[in-house]
Design a protein around this ligand. Structure first.
Ligand SMILES: [Zn+2]
Length: 123
């Protein structure tokens, strides 16, 4: 039982659901959900609600702690290549291409290059 995880939502225990209501008659309490796995927030939250509660309470501190973005980031021509399809020949004759989102240049791409996550023209 020790590998059960607790939902990290700060208000998880305040939601009135039957599965959260635990204890003996007369001393029942709503409790933070405890499960072997959760779907949300990389396995830390039982619901989107709890995930959002966490961010509403701690998000500002977390951003400040890990580094707030204070300047716009730039995607340059060198890194603006995206794998896509060329639809000029219609759906059946589509070809795989690399398209540069800034220069609009297109370069041919094989299907295996398209599917290879390590293959990139970005520098
Ligand atoms: Zn929760």
């Amino acid at each position: 039982m020790s590998d059960l995880k607790l939902c990290q939502g700060p208000d998880c225990h305040t939601y009135h659901t039957q599965d959260r209501l635990k204890g003996m008659k007369g001393s029942k309490t709503y409790q933070t959900r405890r499960r072997s796995s959760f779907y949300y927030g990389q396995g830390n939250f039982c619901s989107m609600n709890c995930y959002n509660d966490w961010f509403n309470k701690f998000g500002e501190q977390a951003i400040n702690h890990f580094g707030r973005t204070t300047e716009p980031k730039h995607l340059t021509e060198d890194n603006a290549w995206q794998k896509t399809w060329d639809w000029n020949g219609g759906y059946d004759n589509r070809t795989y291409v690399y398209r540069n989102g800034i220069t609009k240049e297109q370069r041919p791409l094989t299907e295996s290059q398209y599917n290879d996550d390590n293959y990139t023209l970005n520098t």
